[in-house]
Design a protein around this ligand. Structure first.
Ligand code: ADP
Ligand code: ZN
Ligand code: ZN
Length: 755
């Protein structure tokens, strides 16, 4: 070991190695620039290649001899891009998820910063009243009947020194509107280094007055806001019970204390509506971060949050890393949603990180949902979380009525039974809207040979090809493989091939035939990933639905979440119960949640809603419990079952997966790993009743996907500690196995998807 009085930089690099790298400081280093969390540009490998890393610490000794250490090229930041709490959060995450720290850190940064963008160069576009302001132009605007322009002008007028384009955008004013005002000679723009208004300088904080809360909501708000310290609350409220209203008022409270709010939501599809509700309520800038943004927009949002310009940040999963100037509260809406779990690279759960972050920043964390995940419910049952229940729907709405419809021995049209069709017709006649939920896009799940029963499969996956009508082709939903329709069966040469089962396109076709013809024709809208590909398709659909005319919406789970369609009073669920028979131990839990989420779309306003659940297993006990006794009983039964067989949340699991075009190296690699794991368990006493058990190696439920053979090794343990200790010993060993370089492998802590 050599001592370095000037200090050495211990740096995390975005490479897939579980270690840090030592460098000397750059040759011309100004004083005082070395806080952990700054980005550093360094030479790496041979030639002139440079990479960007993050400084983790300054050390005074290294395992590497002095003449082998190279100097860093440049310290990029004068202020850490990672505030201390975010750096700690990411370090914890790398440890917990057993992922290399360097690769974990870069994922927490906006792309432009990852690429080395220099924040010192940051200049901003500001808009202010024109220097040569002409009173006639203002009078012309008064006459122009352009209310949005008027609004923007009134705001800009109050900012003689300018207001940033980001702030204006967060209030819903776009560039076209600003151009119009500038053409009228009213405003002009300047570019200058950030000089902005803190969110709490916006006064008043609220734009619209809040609802008067009902008793349950008031109690929830009181509990969440009673202290400004770390606490975890499960806000369990049936759909439409006014959880969002509670969030809004809790945020108002936080803002009034000069603190910011971070709100996580599951999906981009929800953003416009959620965003709208926040903008209508608050006067402070609201930033929305999601995957549809450009890198620049993302960076702007990140900066607005970090500098304290935005009062509220609404984001999907990766927003959990957004630094806040004055953190005040974290809200995770629809906490049970699977999209919070990243399914590749670092397989983190944003919900679980939210809890850790809340602890680090000492602020309250609220997990809201109508259908809590079993993990969260268990934590609440064991008093680790505060439990708040909203049992009645807010306003005047009453809960929808759930009914099972037996599909056996029924003539089906478009997958719908005669009873369902009657209910649809009645609903339309009463001038209301219907939602048909069918979680399969395409025309039919596959095609079959009528003569020999052959079913068409994907050449790359253990899966059938889905038949699509628009345009006509066969498509694999797992690997994107596409082909035309064969004209005869490859097995028996029979030309009699026909579609099997229902997809949204097929139901749409039948429903259009039944309801979109003649004098009383109604709008039939299909909402799935295919029909929503066009840019504004979703918004157009939402606008049309909000007109409230009789209509039928046919959609996949895109429709299930969060939307508020006031005129929908009937929901028909065509095939949701298949998940009760899934091989995944979470199948029933997820299916129950999905059914209730979809059901929650019905009757959200004055007219009560009805939900018809079509099933060929009406006597299925879990389905019966769900319909007759509701989610609480359903979830309690599932928890009981998990406990009796020792599955999460009553145990911890880690899934090691490997895949390659050939099965042999995959199996061998996992066999080596299992042997090594067994050795480590025995040597360290990690086994026993509370310890780790190995299950596998075994083929994954879908053994072949995208042309690769997939195997798994499952590690399960009652206590978390031996499991994590085992992984810490095992993973470096696996990394050194020469086979590791010939295949893809990963480790998933608390896996949600075991397929
Ligand atoms: P959730 O988020 O639980 O689904 P929302 O907050 O969206 O519920 O509330 C459902 C509907 O009830 C919304 O239209 C909302 O504006 C309205 N609402 C919520 N709280 C109240 C209240 N206290 N009084 C009247 N209407 C309310
Ligand atoms: Zn055949
Ligand atoms: Zn495929």
């Amino acid at each position: 070991m050599t001592a370095f009085p000037a200090g050495i930089l211990r740096i995390a690099l975005p490479v897939n190695l579980r270690r840090l790298f030592d460098y000397l400081p750059p040759k011309h280093l100004a004083e005082g620039k070395l806080s952990p969390g700054v980005r550093v540009r360094i030479p790496f490998g041979r030639g002139n290649r440079e990479v960007i890393g993050v400084l983790i610490s300054v050390e005074f000794s290294s395992d590497v001899p002095v003449d082998k250490l190279r100097p860093a090229s440049e310290i990029i930041d004068s202020v850490p891009v990672f505030p201390d709490t975010i750096l700690q959060l990411v370090k914890w995450m790398a440890g917990y998820y057993h992922h290399p720290i360097g690769d974990t850190l870069v994922q927490a940064l906006p792309a432009l910063l990852r690429q080395g963008y220099d924040l010192a160069k940051e200049v901003h576009e500001f808009w202010q009243p024109a220097a040569q302001l002409d009173t006639q132009a203002e009078q012309a605007l008064d006459r122009a009947r352009a209310p949005r322009q008027q609004e923007a002008w009134q705001i800009i007028k109050q900012h003689p020194t300018g207001i940033s384009v980001e702030a204006l955008k967060s209030m819903g004013f776009d560039r076209t509107l600003l151009k119009n005002l500038s053409q009228r000679g009213l405003i002009e723009s300047t570019e200058r280094a950030a000089d902005f208004r803190l969110f709490h300088d916006h006064s008043p904080l609220l734009k619209a007055s809040p609802f008067v809360l009902n008793q349950e909501q008031a109690r929830a708000l009181e509990a969440i806001t009673c202290d400004q310290q770390f606490s975890t609350t499960l806000l369990h409220g049936v759909t439409g019970s006014g959880k969002t209203e509670v969030y809004l008022q809790a945020i108002a409270h936080t803002l009034a204390h000069g603190k910011q709010a971070l709100v996580l939501i599951p999906e981009i599809g929800l953003t416009p509506q959620t965003m709208g509700r926040f903008q209508e309520r608050f006067n402070v800038p609201v930033v929305v971060l999601h995957s549809g943004l450009t890198d620049r927009e993302r960076l702007n949002g990140w900066l607005a949050a970090k500098r304290g310009e935005a009062g509220i940040v609404i984001s999907t999963r990766s927003g959990i890393f957004t630094p806040l100037y004055a953190p005040g509260i974290i809200i995770v809406d629809e906490e049970h949603d699977l999209s919070y779990k990243q399914q590749d690279s670092v397989r983190y759960s944003a919900r679980d990180l939210a809890l850790y972050r809340g602890r680090l920043e000492n602020i309250p964390v609220v997990l809201g949902t109508a259908t809590p995940s079993l993990e969260t419910l268990h934590n609440s049952n064991t008093h680790r979380y505060r439990y708040l229940h909203l049992q009645v729907r807010a306003g005047n709405a009453v809960p929808p009525k759930l009914m099972l419809v037996d599909t056996r021995r029924q003539p089906l049209q478009g997958g719908l039974t005669p009873d369902s069709l009657i209910a649809i017709r009645e609903t339309l006649q009463q001038g209301q809207q219907v939602l048909i939920f069918l979680n399969r896009r395409g025309y039919a799940p596959t095609i079959t040979c009528d003569n020999c029963g052959w079913l068409i499969e994907c050449p790359n996956c253990d899966a059938h090809l889905t038949l699509h009508r628009t345009p006509l082709h066969l498509h694999c939903h797992h690997c994107d493989y596409q082909q035309g329709i064969p004209n005869h069966c490859p097995n028996c040469q029979s030309p009699e091939l026909s579609p099997v089962g229902q997809g949204t396109e097929r139901t749409e076709e039948v429903i259009e035939g039944l309801f979109a013809k003649g004098r009383n024709k109604v709008d039939v809208m299909r909402i799935d990933r295919d029909s929503m590909r066009k840019k504004h398709a979703f918004q157009e659909m939402v606008d049309k639905v909000h007109k409230g005319e009789p209509a039928i919406l046919i959609g996949t789970q895109m429709l299930a979440k969060g939307h508020h369609f006031p005129a929908v009073t009937l929901v028909v669920i065509v095939n949701a119960d298949a998940g009760f028979f899934s091989a995944d131990f979470r199948g029933s839990e997820k299916t129950g949640q999905l059914i209730l989420q979809v059901a929650g779309r019905a009757g959200r306003e004055k007219i009560p809603g009805r939900v018809l659940i079509q099933t060929s297993n009406p006597e299925h006990p879990q389905l019966q419990t769900l319909v007759q006794q509701g989610y609480d009983r359903f979830a309690a039964d599932l928890l009981h079952e998990r406990q009796s067989i020792g599955l999460p949340p009553f145990s911890n699991i880690a899934l090691i997966s490997a895949e390659s075009p050939n099965a042999q190296p995959v199996e061998e690699f996992l066999n080596h790993s299992a042997q090594a794991a067994q050795g480590i368990i025995e040597a360290n006493n990690f086994g026993g009743p509370e310890g780790v058990i190995l299950i596998g190696p075994m083929p994954a439920p879908m053994e072949k996907r995208q042309g690769r053979l997939r195997w798994q090794l499952l590690l399960q343990a009652k206590n978390r500690k031996p499991l994590h200790n085992l992984l810490s010993c095992l993973l470096p060993f696996m990394e050194q196995n020469p086979l590791a370089r010939k295949l893809r492998w990963s480790v998933d802590i608390d896996p949600q998807d075991m397929s």
